[in-house]
Design a protein around this ligand. Structure first.
Ligand SMILES: [Fe+2]
Ligand SMILES: [Fe+2]
Length: 149
């Protein structure tokens, strides 16, 4: 069992967005595995912590790259899409704060366990139409810049 499967999210018409989503899903499933290992004392806590930091960094780059693309191609619903990202980041930051400041790793782990629902909904209802728009624009205007992940 994985936390989330690639098949649950719609295939993006922009390759770099698809790649980012697949990588993020991979990281989420790795976190679940590591957390399980830490519980059974077969995995070092530091390994899980490193993966959580990788996840946080990945989410930030994921959102920033989509926002860059939307901005560069004048996506009309930029504000709506950016607000959805910002709201998610607020929740993430609060979980990270609980973890880093008060040592409560459960807070960030629980956050990670709850994210698949948000991700599937966001990717399928917000990212997918955004990617369709971007793909059309890229075809007429050409590709601008490369993705980070
Ligand atoms: Fe996305
Ligand atoms: Fe998005």
């Amino acid at each position: 069992m994985a936390l989330i499967y690639v098949e649950q999210v719609e295939e993006m018409s922009v390759e770099q967005m698809q790649e980012t989503h697949e990588n993020e899903i991979k990281i989420l499933n790795q976190i679940e595995k590591l957390a399980f290992g830490v519980d059974r004392k077969t995995v070092e806590l530091s390994e899980l912590e490193k993966k959580l930091d990788e996840y946080i960094d990945h989410v930030q780059k994921h959102f920033a790259n989509e926002e860059r693309l939307m901005h560069e191609y004048d996506f009309p619903s930029y504000d709506m899409h950016k607000t959805a990202h910002d709201m998610f980041l607020l929740d993430l930051e609060s979980a990270v704060r609980q973890w880093k400041k008060f040592g409560d790793i459960k807070k960030i782990i629980n956050f990670v366990y709850k994210t698949p629902e948000w991700i599937v909904l966001h990717v399928n209802s917000v990212d997918a139409p955004t990617a369709d728009y971007l793909a059309r624009k890229m075809e007429t205007e050409g590709s601008k810049g490369e993705a980070v992940t």
